[in-house]
Design a protein around this ligand. Structure first.
Ligand code: AKG
Ligand code: FE2
Length: 176
């Protein structure tokens, strides 16, 4: 996983009109892109084996909306992508296994019953889905025999601030 806000290729994907329109429907006119990640899942690897939510409590401050976009750069399917538990299936008693000290994100222990509810994300190259910070998800072990590539963009509103000592990137968050 790497961060690429300073990359021309990521920047050009961010200019996609359909993508921006969907984001504006959710966040309003001012889109602040604060983080991007390229996910490269090599055959037989599982990038994030832990169930987790991406709320980044150590990195974001202030009240406001946030949203994440997952863009398939190659085909994403049940053999190489990521899977999630539908929010309607989540119970409030899921137990936190540990917290990622850097982001503050929680990693969870799910019961086998809950794990059985997991749904794989299926996208053709170029397709994208929006997902919220509540989404419980983890990577699928790549048994497709091919490298899988995806891009996650994380966006918020201007009223949400990124903690001053967070310097994952060469650029500051950018307005799209
Ligand atoms: O692509 C993956 O395998 C992990 C994706 C993920 O956890 C994320 O985008 O937040
Ligand atoms: Fe995630």
């Amino acid at each position: 996983m790497e961060r690429h806000l300073d990359s021309d290729a990521v920047w050009s994907i961010c200019q996609d009109k359909k993508l921006q329109q969907k984001l504006k429907e959710y966040l309003g006119e001012d889109l602040v892109l604060w983080r991007s990640e390229i996910w490269v899942n090599y055959p037989s690897q599982q990038l994030i084996p832990f169930w987790h939510q991406d709320s980044y409590p150590n990195l974001l401050q202030g009240e406001g909306k946030t949203i994440n976009v997952y863009i398939a750069l190659t085909e994403v399917n049940e053999w190489n992508g990521f899977e999630y538990i539908p929010n309607s299936q989540l119970t409030p008693d899921v137990s936190v296994k540990m917290k990622d000290p850097f982001s503050g994100n929680c990693l969870f222990d799910l019961t086998e019953d809950l794990e059985q509810q997991a749904v794989p994300v299926v996208l053709r190259p170029g397709e994208f889905v929006l997902f919220t910070n509540q989404l419980m998800h983890r990577s699928v072990r790549n048994t497709s025999g091919q490298v899988r590539l995806a891009l996650t963009l994380r966006l918020t509103e201007p009223c949400v601030h990124i903690v001053p000592n967070y310097t994952p990137i060469y650029h500051k968050p950018v307005l799209l």
